[in-house]
Design a protein around this ligand. Structure first.
Ligand SMILES: Nc1ncnc2c1ncn2[C@@H]1O[C@H](COP(=O)(O)OP(=O)(O)OP(=O)(O)O)[C@@H](O)[C@H]1O
Ligand SMILES: [Mg+2]
Length: 261
């Protein structure tokens, strides 16, 4: 008997229209994407091509206008259990302490925050923020705030992690550090990750596969497998194989008339 495995995330014929007084905006069209359990897939594309929209549809925060989105074969009709999102803006609450911002993930799922404090503290420690638990978001740097947002997303031990340009606003050195932390975390846990970025190098460093989206309305123009060994560290970026992947994606961007960093 042939067993066909059900993908973790599956989008088929995905389309998203936003109604507006000046006519509908089509954000996505013809999106077909399957993500396997434990796979790290990046969405790469220009501003406005629908990356955040696609992530919100997977998170169950919005519905596609046409086509289907499912997780393990179940249609996504509301935010599914076992899924967490790191938003494009870190969305920390300024009036809550850092640990308060982490354990809110438990409260939002109807649990008592106090029961998750130890787990939250352990996550903060893992991300180098042990001494900041009782500080407030406005006392932290941009990179530290993004670490807190990641801790919050990991608190409920999601099997699927959606990350919307989590490092987009950071300087290059902080971004490198967080890329390394993220890849270590992923290599240890093998969660399913969908990661949005504008950066070709970041996508190649982190991903198993990269979906390149065209200018809006977004459609997947290229789905590239990243054929680099794991585990990876920053040294992989000096290899000819890494350069070849970057060159291929640059050629795709040039063909599509897209600019990139
Ligand atoms: N809630 C909304 N109502 C109306 N239009 C929207 C809404 N959200 C997004 N759009 C439109 O859908 C398109 C895609 O937006 P989206 O935020 O998904 O792009 P993006 O690829 O994430 O861009 P960026 O890289 O700048 O974050 C844009 O034209 C945007 O104006
Ligand atoms: Mg976006």
């Amino acid at each position: 008997m042939i067993r066909v495995s059900v993908p973790c995330i599956s989008i088929a014929g995905g389309e998203k229209l936003y109604p507006s007084s000046r006519g509908a905006i089509m954000a996505l069209r013809g999106i077909d994407l399957d993500v396997a359990d434990g796979e790290f897939v990046s969405l790469l594309g220009p501003s406005g091509c629908g990356k955040s929209t696609l992530l919100r549809c997977i998170a169950g925060l919005e519905q596609l206008s046409a086509g289907t989105a499912s997780i393990h074969g179940q249609p996504i009709l509301s935010p599914p259990d076992g899924i967490a999102m790191v938003f494009q803006r870190d969305a920390l609450l300024d009036w809550r302490s850092i640990i308060g911002n982490v354990v809110i993930a438990a409260q939002l799922r109807g649990h008592r925050a106090a029961l998750y404090r130890d787990r939250g503290m352990a996550l903060l420690e893992r991300f180098g923020l042990a001494g900041f638990a009782d500080r407030y978001p406005w006392e932290l740097s941009g990179g530290m705030r993004q670490r807190v947002a990641i801790c919050r997303a990991l608190l409920m031990e999601p099997t699927i992690l959606l990350m919307d340009e989590p490092f987009g606003a950071l300087d290059a050195m902080t971004r490198d550090d967080l890329n390394v932390e993220l890849i270590r975390m992923w290599q240890a846990s093998r969660r399913t990750v969908v990661f949005v970025t504008h950066s070709i190098a970041e996508a190649v460093f982190l991903s198993d596969r990269i979906a390149v989206l065209s200018r809006g309305p977004g459609r997947i123009e290229e789905l590239m497998k990243v054929d680099l060994p794991r585990p990876r560290d920053l040294g992989v970026r000096e290899t000819p194989a890494f350069a070849a992947h970057v060159a291929h994606l640059r050629a795709v961007f040039t063909r599509l008339g897209l600019m990139t960093t």
